[in-house]
Structure formats: structure tokens, C-alpha cells
Ligand binder design. Structure first.
Ligand SMILES: CCCCCCCC(=O)SCCNC(=O)CCNC(=O)[C@H](O)C(C)(C)COP(=O)(O)OP(=O)(O)OC[C@H]1O[C@@H](n2cnc3c(N)ncnc32)[C@H](O)[C@@H]1OP(=O)(O)O
Length: 206
């Protein structure tokens, strides 16, 4: 594990939260922006990559993953349960805590983030069931407010399979109540199936 990267990402998440929450004089923002620019230049000096080029994160999800990567400041991150902690019948259990930066309607998580969590959860469930694939259809039902600032319990499972199509479902719960649920169709992709436990193909492989 890249511990230093995870620590940096955690600090950046804090920075994002505070940037959303804080109000203050222009001078404070200017000073903070200058200091952030200094940090950016440290990282820029260490890479030839340009922002926006494919990161080639590949498979399986790693430290830079968009949802569960502890080294990716955009990832909440989602903590996927150890197989031993999974729910019954091959359920995948995960925990995720969103913050103020993920707010949509006042006081509740943005529906897009809720959908992203559910999308990732069904992907994880398909992979755990031995059929890693890509989501081709995701139907989300928003039952009640999904809060931020508290750990959310995420459950997912493969429901069925027909040829390359994998059907999966997932829910987000808080205080034992389902706030959002999803059903999904994924299509198994040969490169993922071949590499589920091994090398990491680039994005767009099939
Ligand atoms: C472990 C970590 C989990 C990470 C989870 C991340 C989840 C994601 O974000 S995945 C990224 C978002 N999804 C995508 O980018 C997928 C975009 N789609 C694609 O690239 C292509 O559709 C691809 C490669 C998956 C499949 O293409 P292709 O191999 O040509 O399959 P295709 O023949 O069109 O379809 C296969 C089957 O799926 C069905 N299908 C395709 N699209 C849909 C759809 N939207 N709804 C229902 N069924 C569909 C087809 O009808 C076909 O069914 P059948 O076998 O019965 O004829």
C-alpha cells in the first residue's frame, strides 16, 4: 500500500471539505490558493502525465480507484468488506462516508454520488461472484434522504446470470433503513474475467 499517497489523499479530502464549508476574507483564500499551488508544483515535478490523460487504472480496483481508492482524493473512499465480513449468500458489504462536498439537495447526499456508490457496489458483487463486467444499465430508486457525515452501509449481490449478462442489485442503508436501491445489468468483459486476479488491463479493454 502506498501509505504516503493515502495520507496525502486524506489531507486533500479534508481540504475539499473545508473549501466547501469555509467562508472568510479574500486574503485568506489567496494565501491558501498560493500554498496549494506550491503543493501542486511538487506533484507536477514528479510526473510527465498531463491532467486528463487516461490513468490506465485497470483491474482490479486499486489505490487510485474512483470509488474505493484510498489514494484517490475523489474517492470517499468506499471500504469494501473483507470477504469474511460479507453478508449472507455472497453479499458484498461496504462502508462509505460522504461529506459536505457531496451534498445535493440541502442536508442530503447528491443523487449522482448515491448512484455512483450503487454502481460500484453492483460491480463489486459481479466480480465477487466470478463475473466481473461493466454496467450497461443501472436503475436507481431514491427512497429517502441519504445522509452525509455518517457511515453508510452498502450491500450488493449478483442475482442472476444469462450468458454474458449479469444481473445484480444493491442498497444503501443507514440506521437499518434503505435510503436508495438499485438493480443493474452488467456485461462480462473477457479481459476483466481473464485478469480478475492478475494483471491490470487499460481502460476500454474488452
Ligand atoms: C470491482 C469494481 C467495480 C467497478 C464498477 C464500475 C462500474 C462502471 O462504472 S462500468 C463503466 C460504465 N459502463 C460502461 O462504460 C459500459 C459501456 N458499454 C460498453 O462498453 C459495451 O456495452 C460493452 C463492452 C460492455 C458490451 O459491449 P458488447 O460486447 O458489444 O456487448 P453487446 O453485444 O452490445 O451486449 C451484450 C448483451 O448485453 C445486452 N445489453 C447491452 N446493453 C444493454 C442495456 N443498456 N440494457 C440491457 N441489456 C443490455 C445486449 O442486449 C446483449 O444481450 P444478449 O447477449 O442477450 O444479446
Amino acid at each position: 500500500m502506498l501509505e504516503g499517497k493515502a495520507i496525502l489523499a486524506a489531507r486533500i479530502r479534508e481540504l475539499i471539505e473545508l473549501t466547501v464549508l469555509v467562508d472568510g476574507p479574500e486574503s485568506m483564500f489567496a494565501e491558501a490558493a498560493d500554498r496549494v499551488a506550491a503543493v501542486v508544483s511538487i506533484l507536477r515535478a514528479a510526473t510527465d502525465s498531463e491532467p486528463g490523460v487516461p490513468a490506465g487504472r485497470g483491474w482490479p480496483p486499486g489505490v487510485d480507484d474512483a470509488l474505493e481508492g484510498v489514494g484517490n482524493p475523489l474517492a470517499p473512499p468506499m471500504i469494501i468488506g473483507h470477504p469474511g465480513e460479507s453478508g449472507a449468500d455472497g453479499e458484498v458489504a461496504a462502508l462509505v462516508t460522504l461529506g459536505s462536498a457531496h451534498e445535493g439537495a440541502p442536508g442530503r447526499a447528491h443523487g449522482g454520488w448515491v448512484a455512483a456508490i450503487l454502481d460500484h457496489a453492483v460491480g463489486r458483487a459481479a466480480a465477487q461472484a466470478g463475473s466481473p463486467g461493466m454496467t450497461v444499465s443501472l436503475t436507481v430508486d431514491y427512497h429517502r434522504a441519504t445522509p452525509y457525515g455518517v457511515p453508510l452501509d452498502v450491500r450488493s449481490r449478483r442475482v442472476d446470470q444469462a450468458g454474458r449478462k449479469v444481473f445484480a442489485s444493491a442498497e444503501i442503508l443507514t440506521d437499518g433503513q434503505v435510503t436508495a436501491s438499485a438493480t443493474a445489468t452488467l456485461v462480462t468483459v473477457r479481459a476483466l474475467a481473464n485478469k480478475a486476479g492478475g494483471e491490470r488491463p487499460g481502460p476500454g479493454s474488452d
